[in-house]
Design a protein around this ligand. Structure first.
Ligand SMILES: Nc1ncnc2c1ncn2[C@@H]1O[C@H](COP(=O)(O)OP(=O)(O)O)[C@@H](O)[C@H]1O
Ligand SMILES: [Mg+2]
Ligand SMILES: [Zn+2]
Length: 470
């Protein structure tokens, strides 16, 4: 019989290393590698003989009946859209996020909404005592709903409890997965081995009974506790709940979904009596605009099926440092470097001696390249000290040659902008499906020099040599 060997597992990404090291070379995190006994982990421990000799299954064809995955809808539309139309029965959903961001709040609200619609929901809290969960339920006006509650962390006890239920539950929430532990794994609760083994048991329960499960996972910073990333490949769908410190907005983002698209977001606002759905996020993100200040451009973006307008703010200031500062919040910093390089190379806009700060308003995070034109507009506006017209939106992708490429859903972006009172748009030449009326009020531009000339005229070019003025 093979001797049980301990393994060294990164608690951040789950990579198995043959020896301990200070830094995980797979994900680059420090102090995340922990020694674990793999017994009972995924794939079973060493020395176990398989009892099952194998059973033949019937092979089938690619064509044939397709059934829609049966789903349970919470009625919280921001949540239902992000899950792709409701939580699928028998599936496992992982909800990750920083501690304190509002995961328990969201799931308690979802649980009570489902219970109100007649679904049977069980909430297992491994982190908080029953009294604490009740207190939250009261604050969320959920205390009168028929959600069944347990404070428990042992998987075997949880499964035994679930099997005692006369009626199979529709949904079981496990908050959080890091507190769960199973007798079949030796390592301490919170380690990758334990968290994965516990999740595996619950996923098996979901598949065999048809109950949906939700695993809550804290994003961990210290690296000694397994993070939700180590479970992403095991579950059917992964949602992350995000928010910026100081802001009340919370964004629920799909990262993986076997039963739906992965580019949807749900927007919520944290209030004293729980999370409130924000059905028009643009109004929220544009709420604190300062229209007369240079350096602010409104981006007409898309998140999945929904248009979202958000303000991009740039501050360009002469740098006293040898290497000027580049700081970005809410966008990709490599993308910013590219836009700066294209402005320098093709538009004669000199930013090499300037610090550049870029911020997406409202703690929102943009992933679309369509924001390029809005970013460039904000940068040029700040450098030139000229405010952009307050009733104009910007979108379009910039290529390395300085050309501006059309992006998808131009018509939808324009419609949302119009709905919110914007009168014009700067968009790529050749944008599809745009109405004649919109074309009349918009500027269709072919390249970045075109944009710079439109915003700053000759200002940046003529004063190119005395940069100190800006
Ligand atoms: N009594 C309260 N009144 C108002 N807001 C509260 C109260 N208690 C908690 N909150 C809000 O709920 C958040 C914690 O949410 P919670 O769902 O427990 O987070 P998580 O489960 O992600 O750790 C806090 O950051 C705070 O914004
Ligand atoms: Mg919690
Ligand atoms: Zn790692």
């Amino acid at each position: 019989m093979a001797k049980a060997r301990t393994q060294f597992i990164c608690q951040n990404c789950g990579t198995v290393h043959s020896r301990w090291a200070g830094k995980c070379d797979a994900c680059g995190e420090w102090n995340t590698i922990v020694e674990e006994d793999p017994t009972g982990g995924i794939g079973g421990g060493p020395g176990r003989q398989p009892k099952n000799k194998g059973r033949a299954v019937a092979l089938t064809t690619l064509s044939g009946e397709i059934e829609d995955a049966p789903r349970i809808l919470s009625g919280i539309s921001e949540l239902d859209r992000v899950t792709g139309g409701g939580i699928v029965r028998g599936s496992a959903l992982l909800v990750g996020g920083d501690p304190g961001i509002g995961k328990s709040t969201l799931l308690m609200q979802a649980a009570s909404a489902l219970a109100r619609k007649g679904h049977s929901v069980i909430y297992v809290s491994g982190e908080e005592a029953v009294a604490q969960v009740r207190l939250r339920a009261q604050r969320l006006n959920a205390a009168d709903t028929d959600v069944k509650l347990a404070a428990e962390t042992n998987i075997e006890d949880i499964l035994a409890t679930l099997s005692m239920e006369r009626q199979r539950p529709d949904l079981v929430i496990l908050d959080s997965v890091q507190t769960l532990w199973t007798d079949s794994a030796e390592s301490a609760p919170g380690t990758v081995t334990q968290v994965r083994a516990a999740a595996q048991s619950m996923i098996r329960y979901a598949k065999s009974t048809g109950a949906a499960i939700v695993l809550v996972g804290h994003v961990t910073k210290d690296g000694q506790i397994a993070g939700p990333r180590v479970l992403e490949h095991m579950v059917d769908a992964v949602l992350y709940f995000e928010g910026e410190g100081g802001h009340h907005y919370r964004i629920l983002r799909t990262v993986k979904n076997r039963f739906g698209p992965t580019d949807e977001i749900g927007v919520f606002e944290m209030t004293s009596d729980g999370l409130r759905e924000v059905s028009n996020p643009s109004e929220l993100f544009l709420g604190e605009r300062n229209e007369s200040a240079p350096g602010a451009a409104v981006f007409a973006g898309m998140e999945g099926t929904r248009p979202v307008l958000v303000e991009i703010q740039a501050l360009v200031a002469p740098s006293s440092l040898g290497t000027p500062r580049r700081a970005v919040v809410g966008w990709d910093s490599a993308r910013l470097s590219m836009i700066i390089a294209v402005l320098e190379a093709h538009c004669g806009v000199r930013l090499g001696q300037h610090d550049v700060y870029l911020n997406v308003a409202g703690g929102y995070r943009i992933t679309e390249p369509a924001a390029d034109v809005a970013v460039a507009a904000a940068l040029v506006s700040s450098l030139a000290g000229l405010a952009l017209p307050p009733d104009c939106v910007y979108f379009g992708e910039v290529s390395l040659s300085g050309a501006i490429r059309p992006v998808a859903h131009a018509a939808q972006r324009l419609k949302e902008a119009e709905k919110l009172g914007f009168k014009s748009a700067v968009m790529p030449k050749g944008s599809q499906d745009v109405s004649e009326a919109s074309r009349k009020t918009s500027a269709e531009i072919a390249d970045l020099p075109d944009l710079v000339a439109r915003i700053a005229g000759g200002k940046l070019l003529t004063r190119e040599r005395d940069n100190d003025e800006f």
